[in-house]
Design a protein around this ligand. Structure first.
Ligand SMILES: [Zn+2]
Ligand SMILES: [Zn+2]
Length: 497
């Protein structure tokens, strides 16, 4: 903890002024002046630093904090408990992006999003809850990549001569000399890849050399994902970016070069991997054993939030909306014919099917953490699901099958059209059945959506019913992360083949 040089109280880093401030005597001082490490900007960052690490007795989540005041709630599972602290020495990151967004700004951004989302339950918006928004430095792995190599694309050009169309094939060769700095991936399994992607990007150019001053008054998460996890992914991301810029140049456009030909990822090599802290405002809301997260990029203010739908609010809104629509249609002569109503209800059925399939796919991905490489690596799973896991996933996951319900409605509508009954009431019976199917699928959609916005607290994966597991993973990741950090690229190529 950094003490105020005039009154001795603990200071905190102030995002608005980018200085340390003392809340007791209003003294301010520069980050690098009184840190005790005596480093100035541009010099070597310290290799390690001392901090308190707090563990949640409820979910096993770890969080680091510099201050000696009690940590009274857990931001991962949302429970109000006093966390157990102990002093540890942590490996220091090489850099940090300081908070730019203040707590007030973060709260405002969240409140604004809640106002925009019509069906948010009341408990998500409570003022007392908002106070629990916490500024956390999330560890990220940064990869610097280089490439200096020839790449080949296939191209072709067609033209007509008389009755023939002649196609010439070309082999396009470019020498690419590219350097990428700081392609980043989150290094904490608490923080899902999906959440971190949704508030990306960070402006890595604003990164500062690490000083503990930036952490004053803030928290830091623990890096438990090994840096080799994202080696291949970083090559793919940068490879795609290079391909994208190449195929938009004139010669490539002229010869119709395809995206897939170059395979640039395999030409890239990683020059450096390093750890850096990126700022995130983090809010967890606990409800019935589940937790919903809101995260805000502490540099740019970009927000992503799990906002559940309150079914009661939704039903009330639908009724309120349906009444004026019905009135409007009843004023137009011949608008309320059975045929028109059948078509409208069939369109609603198609819409509910499309929305439902989208939500279901999202939930399936979440349930099996298919896209979260960080979490998968900590759980010891293959990064890409193997055949065994895929067939296991196909067996069904207890999610409601949304597909058939709208289709029953659509088929009833089609039958009505082919049959063309004379009496209107056959249509009305059909319309009622179609609308019931639509309502049923919307009920499923709300259920699926709410499952997507309510997470099982992540550390259940760490605990696995076994406290030692969490310690082992932690100890192992700590040693491995930094062993790899210092080692050269030799192990790198082996993992990529
Ligand atoms: Zn002071
Ligand atoms: Zn917890």
């Amino acid at each position: 903890m950094i003490k105020c040089n005039s009154c001795g109280a603990g200071m905190r880093f102030d995002p608005a002024t980018q200085r340390l401030v003392c809340d007791y005597c209003n003294n301010t001082q520069d980050i690098f002046s009184q840190t005790g490490e005596n480093i100035s900007e541009g010099s070597e960052a310290p290799a390690e630093y001392e901090t308190m690490i707090y563990t949640c007795p409820n979910c096993g989540g770890d969080i680091c904090c510099d201050s000696d005041t009690a940590v009274t709630f857990c931001n991962y599972c949302g429970s109000s408990v006093e966390l157990e602290g102990r002093l540890v020495t942590m490996e220091a990151p090489s850099g940090v992006i300081p908070f730019q967004i203040t707590k007030e700004q973060a709260k405002e951004a969240y409140q604004k999003r809640c106002r925009q989302a019509l069906f948010v339950p009341k408990y998500m918006k409570e003022e007392s809850k908002l106070e629990q928004i916490r500024g956390i430095y999330m560890p990220y792995w940064l990869y610097d990549l280089d490439m200096k190599d020839d790449v080949h694309f296939k191209g072709k050009k067609s033209y007509r001569r008389g009755d023939y169309i002649i196609t010439d094939h070309y082999r396009l060769t470019t020498n690419v000399d590219a350097h990428y700095e700081g392609t980043s991936f989150d290094a904490s399994s608490n923080f899902t890849d999906e959440l971190s992607m949704s508030i990306a990007p960070y402006k890595v150019a604003m990164e500062k050399p690490f000083s503990q001053g930036y952490l004053s008054g803030f928290y830091a998460d623990v890096a438990d994902v090994k840096n080799k996890v994202y080696s291949q992914k970083s090559k793919e991301v940068v490879g795609d970016a290079i391909t994208e810029s190449l195929i938009h140049t004139k010669p490539y456009l002229q010869y119709g070069a395809g995206k897939e030909d170059g395979n640039i990822a395999k030409h890239l090599h990683i020059r450096k991997k390093r750890l850096a802290y990126f700022p995130v405002w983090f809010l967890a809301t606990e409800r019935q054993g589940y937790v919903s997260y809101a995260v805000i990029n502490g540099q740019t203010g970009k927000l992503a939030a799990d906002l559940p739908i309150d079914p009661l609010k939704y039903v009330l809104f639908s009724i309120l909306l349906a009444v004026p629509i019905m009135l409007f249609f009843s004023l137009i002569p011949y608008a309320m014919t059975p045929i028109v109503l059948t078509v409208v209800s069939m369109i609603l059925a198609v819409i509910s099917w499309l929305i439902g399939m989208g939500e279901r796919k999202g939930l399936h991905t979440r349930l099996h953490s298919l896209d979260d490489w960080g979490l998968r690596s900590v759980k010891g799973q293959d990064l890409v699901p193997n055949e065994e896991e895929q067939s296991e996933n196909k067996k069904g996951d207890g999610l409601p099958m949304i597909g058939w319900k709208p289709w029953v409605g659509i088929i009833i509508g089609i039958i009505l059209f082919f049959w063309g009954p004379v009496q209107d009431y056959y249509y009305y019976i059909g319309i009622v059945v179609i609308m019931l199917m639509v309502l049923w699928s919307f009920a499923d959609i709300i259920w699926l959506h709410n499952q997507l916005t309510r997470r099982v607290p992540k550390q259940f994966a760490r605990r696995g019913g076994d406290d030692d597991y969490a310690r082992d993973i932690y100890a192992e990741s700590q040693s491995e992360i930094f062993r790899e950090e210092s080692s050269k690229e030799s192990g790198e190529d082996a993992t990529n083949e």
